[in-house]
Design a protein around this ligand. Structure first.
Ligand code: FAD
Length: 124
């Protein structure tokens, strides 16, 4: 956004009944802690295959990152037959975490991929 702009409203479409969602923030404690990494994802399934996959990760780049290549890799895959290793690698290539006071680059890379895997496991 430009310096003189601000977000006044965010409109979200009503979630369809079959849409599964996942959000997890990883911080030093369960509450009142700034995230080291966080991941939000949604997906629906049709005939046992993933559809409408969305994956976004926070605290791993200058802004929240929508991981479109990871989404593309997952779309159309059969639930339970997802190429987990490739998905982890693709996600890792789409984010660019740094070492800072909250966490380290390596921790963030590993945990972001773990969260993606947890989301995929939750769809089974
Ligand atoms: C005191 C406090 C307590 C909170 N407690 C909770 C809570 O209990 N539960 C909860 O759900 N939320 C909590 N929140 C909110 C939560 O931490 C934020 O919603 C979340 O951090 C927002 O994520 P973000 O990616 O938008 O921004 P941030 O998490 O603020 O992202 C900043 C991070 O992005 C990374 N970054 C910045 N620039 C770059 C760059 N150029 N390259 C690579 N990486 C970069 C850095 O690692 C930096 O640490 C709390 C916030 C605060 C301030």
């Amino acid at each position: 956004m430009r310096a003189d702009e601000l977000i006044a409203r965010v409109r979200l479409p009503r979630a369809r009944g079959d849409l599964r969602s996942y959000y997890r923030k990883v911080g030093t404690r369960r509450a009142q802690a700034i995230s080291k990494v966080c991941l939000a994802a949604t997906a629906s399934t049709s005939d046992g295959r993933l559809e409408s996959v969305r994956v976004a990760v926070g605290s791993v780049a200058p802004t929240v990152v929508r991981c479109r290549r990871t989404e593309e890799l997952l779309r159309g895959r059969k639930v339970g037959e997802v190429p987990t290793k490739s998905a982890r690698e693709t996600l890792s290539q789409e984010i660019a975490p740094i070492d800072d006071i909250r966490s380290t680059r390596d921790y963030r890379l590993r945990v972001a991929a773990n969260l993606l895997e947890e989301f995929l496991s939750s769809l089974r």
